[in-house]
Design a protein around this ligand. Structure first.
Ligand code: ATP
Ligand code: MG
Length: 508
């Protein structure tokens, strides 16, 4: 089914498209990732691309920026047909991209990142004064309030994304691709990104916007293209479609459902944190009982993200204690945390969660065996157990056991959860557990987390996603600037309270 495209900008109809894809195809090792996709993008248009994990969204845009070579079809940029694009050619043709996996160099300053590869020189040396002026101008032009001398590592996640977008815009592209720019951002940061996208649209930039946040898509986009299993299902003006229709188009026959309310009973205290000081976190304490889910909610980077390091044992807190079933964990000891049955799932799957050089089953096996007998690989069992875990967690792959890096973002997330949550969990910390997963997978993961709690685990959820906290948690703590500003049973707080608390409002 094809609905003819329209746009909120009447003028958009008259100008030639900024980008046109005609019948593009791509297979990976015989499996079709994209099948005959047509797509147009007009100047001054935000064109959202949505679809389930693995639908082909990233592959489609990576093709436009020359990172993936199509097997067939045409790519037409500003009226010019390109057969084989390379990243350099795509860039020269005016295409910029902020990849699903972020790419700021954390050891460099904002200025260096912004001007990477094109720092101004004088007499053969970098002209730092001019570089700085240029960076100040570029940031001010987009209304981004970040000091150019700051090391990228010190920026919050929202600021990192803004700087990445600024870098691409500064390179002067007419087509800007944003692949899940708000995936791991809280509400306030996401709004800053939306504001920037609107500014760029007004200036005539053509923007492809990939996101799993469908309400944001409907709010921001002029048109929406839905992808499913490598095909374009439909392209519609955003004003002519609602959320349920979008989900139906994305999911096809697949069922998307949420779990009904359950009455939970809690047991004894299992996971006790007391007076923790680490990074931005100050004097943090919480007790999670058996069967209970407690959310620690706050803008990413405001303190709740220190929990992963401390609880996993990768990082020694400056002060404070962690106890599991009354037994104190040795600070800064991974072994101590693991042997107590404490499982920590990172929110940064590629940096800290998965081993990129290994296959899916090998990654699963690594965690399983790391916890048991690491000296013997039994391949038959590795694949048997791997398949079981992939099925249980709904990991969709084109081949039977591919390298984990070739999976789509959401499917990598499922592998990470499968690796850690299939291993006998007494207590766990889940950091942004549904980061980048589609609506159906999100519901599946929520059911899995419910299941963990129903089985008696103590679950701590570190998140910037208010709706996820509301859906999952029995109790919620809001952390801002490193301190707990609210601590409530979930039935005594509304979603709106939480939105305003995390965005900087006062205690209701
Ligand atoms: N280099 C590769 N080798 C093999 N398969 C690949 C490769 N890149 C992508 N794929 C496969 O192509 C399919 C489409 O992946 P893609 O990353 O485009 O999905 P997506 O729609 O962006 O999903 P997500 O929402 O999870 O990011 C997936 O099944 C993925 O595993
Ligand atoms: Mg993707």
């Amino acid at each position: 089914m094809t609905v003819p495209g329209g746009t909120r900008h009447a003028a958009g109809e008259l100008v030639k498209p900024a980008l046109e894809l005609r019948g593009v195809r791509k297979a990976f090792g015989g499996a079709q990732a994209l099948i005959d996709v047509d797509f147009t993008l007009r100047p001054g248009e935000v064109h959202a691309v949505v679809g389930m994990n693995g639908a082909g969204k990233s592959t489609l845009v990576e093709m436009v920026c020359g990172a993936v070579v199509p097997d067939g079809g045409d790519i037409v940029i500003a009226g010019r047909r390109h057969g084989a694009l390379t990243p350099r050619k795509a860039h020269a043709a005016g295409v910029s991209i902020v990849h699903q996996r972020r790419s700021l160099v954390l050891g460099l300053s904002v200025t260096e990142n912004l001007l990477l590869g094109r720092l101004p020189t004088r007499g053969g040396r970098v002209d730092w004064r001019r570089a700085r002026e240029e960076a100040v101008r570029a940031l001010a032009d987009l209304g981004i309030d970040v000091a150019p001398g700051t090391a990228a590592a010190r920026l919050g996640p929202g600021e990192r994304t803004l700087v990445e977008i600024a870098r691409e815009v500064h390179a002067g592209g007419r087509v800007l691709i944003l692949d899940e720019p708000t995936a791991s951002l809280g509400g306030a940061d996401a709004l800053r990104i939306h504001r920037l996208v609107r500014t760029l649209r007004e200036r005539g930039t053509a923007i492809i916007y990939i996101s799993h946040h469908l309400d944001e898509v409907l709010d921001l986009a002029d048109r929406v293209t839905v992808m499913r299993d490598g095909r374009r299902v439909v392209t519609v003006p955003a004003g002519e479609v609602d959320l349920p229709a979008l989900v139906r188009a994305m999911a096809g026959e697949r069922l998307v459902q949420d779990r009904p309310d359950r009455a939970r009973t809690f047991g004894e205290p299992v996971l006790e944190l007391d007076g923790l000081d680490a990074g931005r976190l100050r004097g943090f304490g919480v007790t999670v009982r058996a069967g209970e889910i407690v959310a620690v909610l706050g803008p990413a980077g405001d303190g709740q993200s220190e929990l992963f390091g401390v609880l996993s044992g990768l990082r020694r807190p400056r002060a404070g204690r962690v106890r599991v079933n009354g037994r104190r964990l040795r600070p800064g000891s991974v072994r101590s945390a693991l042997s107590a049955g404490l499982r920590c799932v990172t929110g940064d799957r590629l940096a800290l969660g998965l081993v990129p050089g290994l296959s899916v089953d090998e990654n699963l096996d690594l965690v399983r065996r790391g916890l048991a007998r690491p000296w013997l690989v039994r391949w038959g069992r590795l694949h048997r157990e791997g398949r079981r875990a992939r099925d249980r967690y709904g990991v969709v792959t084109l081949h039977s056991d591919p390298a984990v890096t070739t999976l789509s973002g959401g499917n990598q997330q499922k592998v990470l959860l499968a690796a850690w949550l299939d291993t006998g969990v007494t207590a766990c910390l889940l950091e942004e557990p549904t980061n980048g997963v589609d609506v159906a997978a999100k519901a599946d993961i929520h059911r899995l987390v419910d299941g963990l709690a129903d089985g008696g685990a103590a679950v701590l959820l570190a998140s910037s996603d208010v709706d996820e906290a509301v859906r999952l948690a029995d109790r919620v703590l809001v952390v801002r600037a490193g301190r707990v500003v609210a601590d409530r049973p979930m039935d005594q707080v509304t979603r709106d309270d939480l939105v305003s608390l995390t965005a900087g409002g006062t205690t209701p």
